[in-house]
Design a protein around this ligand. Structure first.
Ligand code: TRP
Length: 475
């Protein structure tokens, strides 16, 4: 295995699965999944997510990897080659990592700060139910400095092209992260009162179900598996013909979902143990509030465990942010015919500006809301709940009706093995996924404008009936 062959294609199935899983596993699994699960009803969110993963996630990831391998191109070129009319889907996909990178780095900054807190032993103040955390993210410049450190490190690594080094370290640290997460989850689940949390996480409460649950779970699925943004198309373009797409997809999904599931098991029972109830205002800060409490509870070893844990999370976050930035830099470079240094600088500056907006959104700009959301939530919503579903929808249309599912199915069978879930793939990509996505997108619009719509509906069908209908749209 020389460096030369490595660059042009992944050396085999394991190489491919590890690289794709490396992009997939990040803050999405450890930070985002638990807080969404807590917010959207626990068990019902978990169930929805799992159902979507084996249908939507499976079909879309298969389609994207196959498109990449078939065309040998990354998203923009691939869509152009399949159908000129749909080139815009590739561009739309390129926009997503550019919008994610800035706020991803804000969260990365929080992780860095917590790591330093634990490492220097000044983390005692974190066991106070969130006051310390709120003060920190609302501190404007202090939070901004940590964000700049995280983004700066990411940029330097991308600039000097030393990603491989970080990836190597991360390949060792990933399994350690899994083992540590498992240990912490077991500890958390034995805390007094945690049983209620375990029940909340495992037993679906169908009353908590709404379209928003599906929208949130779908957005999380795309985000966590790096789907609907062209990433998997690029990965597919490096995949060798003899490697099985189907079983690679299965393994990536199991890996990614497994880590997210474990993270939920670390965070949610802890919240119940410390507050005695479901998290009231479960937002992006959940992990930063509940885990430090778990570590504080562990006594003296807590600070060691906390330090190691945040170090591992930092590495998972860094590999993802590097790959996000790398994607954006190469798109900018190709598109505007710029050198690597200059494109890097441009992406860095734009990300600083966008990231600062998210950062100050918790402090001096807290009063400013975009469609009722703080800036960070808004960027997150815009990418995960709007742009990515739209891209997924068009991907389904292109595969289902333009190039036809058979093109993908043949590509999957290139490796010589039969495509076992062909029927499932075909139904999902042609009908189930596009219809669901349209319904869900409509419902998200209804959710965002729920007040005027409820009022209008109340005039038509009466107050109670309107409230009955709307409960399926708004959480
Ligand atoms: N999937 C990553 C995570 O779970 C986040 C992510 C989204 C990402 N898009 C990406 C990572 C593109 C690398 C490349 O955290």
């Amino acid at each position: 295995m020389t460096n030369e062959t490595k660059r042009s294609s992944f050396t085999g199935k394991i190489g491919f699965v590890l690289a794709a899983a490396g992009s997939a596993v990040g803050l999405g699994n450890i930070w985002r999944f638990p807080y969404l699960a807590a917010k959207y009803g626990g068990g019902i969110f978990l169930l929805t997510y799992l159902v979507l993963a084996v249908t939507f996630g499976f079909a879309l990831m298969t389609a994207e990897i196959a498109i990449g391998r078939k065309t040998g191109l990354s998203a923009v070129g691939a869509f152009q080659k399949l159908s000129k009319k749909f080139t815009f889907v590739g561009y739309l996909g390129a926009l997503v990592p550019a919008l994610i990178l800035p706020y991803y780095s804000v969260i990365g900054g929080w992780v860095t700060k917590y790591l330093v807190d634990f490492a220097t032993g000044s983390a005692k103040t974190t066991a106070d139910g969130g006051a310390y955390f709120s003060a920190f993210i609302g501190s404007d410049w202090q939070a901004a400095v940590w964000f700049l450190i995280f983004l700066g490190v990411t940029a330097l690594i991308v600039l000097f092209g030393v990603e491989k080094g970080v990836e190597k370290v991360s390949k060792i640290m990933m399994p350690v992260l899994v083992v540590l997460a498992l240990a912490v989850a077991i500890y958390t689940c034995t805390l007094p009162g945690a049983v209620e949390g375990i029940k909340y996480y495992f037993i679906p409460n169908f009353n908590a179900f709404s379209f928003n649950t599906v929208l949130a779970a779908m957005g999380q699925l795309f985000y966590s598996m790096s789907l609907a943004m062209g990433i998997m198309i690029t990965y597919g373009s490096y995949m060798k013909k003899e490697v099985s797409i189907e079983s690679s997809v299965t393994q990536i999904e199991i890996f990614d979902t497994g880590i997210a599931f474990l993270a939920g098991l670390m965070v949610i029972p802890a919240v119940f143990s410390f507050t005695g109830a479901a998290p009231q205002s479960a937002g992006p800060g959940l992990m930063f509030i509940s885990l430090p409490q778990v570590f504080a509870n562990m006594g003296i070893i807590g600070s060691v465990v906390g330090t190691i844990f945040f170090l591992l999370v930092l590495f998972a976050a860094l590999t993802s942010s590097i790959s996000l930035m790398e994607t954006v830099v190469s798109i900018v470079g190709d598109k505007f015919k710029l050198g690597r240094k200059l494109s890097c600088l441009i992406v860095f500056v734009v990300s600083v500006l966008l990231g600062l907006v998210s950062c100050f959104g918790y402090g001096m700009w807290a009063e400013i809301k975009v469609i009722g959301m703080q800036f960070l939530d808004f960027f997150d919503f815009l990418t995960n709940s709007v742009i990515m579903p739209v891209i997924a929808l068009f991907t389904c249309i292109v595969v289902g009706f333009v190039i036809k599912p058979k093109a993908v199915e043949d590509e999957v069978e290139e490796c010589g093995a039969k495509f076992k879930r062909k029927a499932l793939f075909r139904v999902v990509i042609k009908y189930v996924a596009p219809i669901c996505i349209v319904l869900i997108l409509l419902s998200s619009v209804v959710g965002v404008y729920s007040e005027p719509i409820t009022n209008a509906l109340a005039n038509l069908i009466g107050h109670d009936a309107a409230a009955g209908v709307m409960k399926y749209f708004v959480v």
